[in-house]
Design a protein around this ligand. Structure first.
Ligand SMILES: CC(C)(COP(=O)(O)OP(=O)(O)OC[C@H]1O[C@@H](n2cnc3c(N)ncnc32)[C@H](O)[C@@H]1OP(=O)(O)O)[C@@H](O)C(=O)NCCC(=O)NCCS
Length: 170
């Protein structure tokens, strides 16, 4: 398996993988977010794919954290259902953890409560839940999803993110 920077040529394979991920995991929550625009939204162009035997099987991006311009957030992490449980997401996470360390920036992420496999993976890698809030937007059933905020184990432990800024908090 190879981790490399995303290119435009990866889009068809990534959208097919994202569609399958939506069907299995409700990620993204809304079916009309299975688009190139949603995938690229806010990632500052720093994004990587995992390739296995010539197939693009996973994706990850980083973006500036909404509340803190000196921190990075993980965005759009997913692995095609047929390629899971083989360390693809772990390799993608290692890539962004290394990237943020090289830049000297702390790394955070947001995960919905129903994405239980992702939460288990983050916690097994030492990520810690540092807060959460209820989304202002609604899912297909008209409910407001719970969003959890996690901090990378490599962060400066004294760095507390003001997750409530500008958002409805728990
Ligand atoms: C969460 C997600 C990205 C994980 O992808 P993945 O490639 O299966 O993840 P990994 O293989 O790295 O790790 C998954 C598990 O397999 C284990 N694993 C890793 N390498 C392995 C290997 N070679 N053999 C067997 N198991 C392995 C890991 O230890 C991990 O177990 P844990 O969760 O109990 O710690 C994937 O389930 C997904 O796309 N979910 C839907 C989208 C989503 O929720 N994204 C997160 C948004 S915030």
């Amino acid at each position: 398996m190879e981790i490399r920077l995303r290119t435009d040529a990866d889009m068809p394979a990534l959208l097919a993988a994202l569609k399958a991920t939506h069907e299995v995991d409700t990620y993204p929550v809304l079916p009309n977010h299975v688009t190139k625009e949603w995938l690229l939204e806010g990632d500052d162009g720093m994004a990587w794919v995992a390739e296995h035997d010539g197939d693009v099987v996973g994706h990850i991006a980083v973006a500036t954290t909404e509340e803190d311009p000196d921190s990075l957030s993980v965005h759009r992490l997913f692995v095609r259902p047929g390629a899971r449980g083989q360390g693809v997401a772990s390799a993608l996470l290692t890539t962004v953890e290394t990237y943020s360390k090289v830049l000297g920036q702390d790394l955070f992420l947001e995960v919905l409560s129903h994405n239980v496999e992702a939460i288990r993976l983050y916690e097994s890698r030492g990520w810690k839940r540092v807060g959460g809030y209820v989304a202002v937007w609604t899912g297909p059933e008209g409910t407001h999803p719970d969003i959890n905020i996690y901090a990378s184990p490599h962060n400066d432990a004294s760095h507390v993110l003001d997750v409530g800024a500008g958002r409805p908090t728990e």
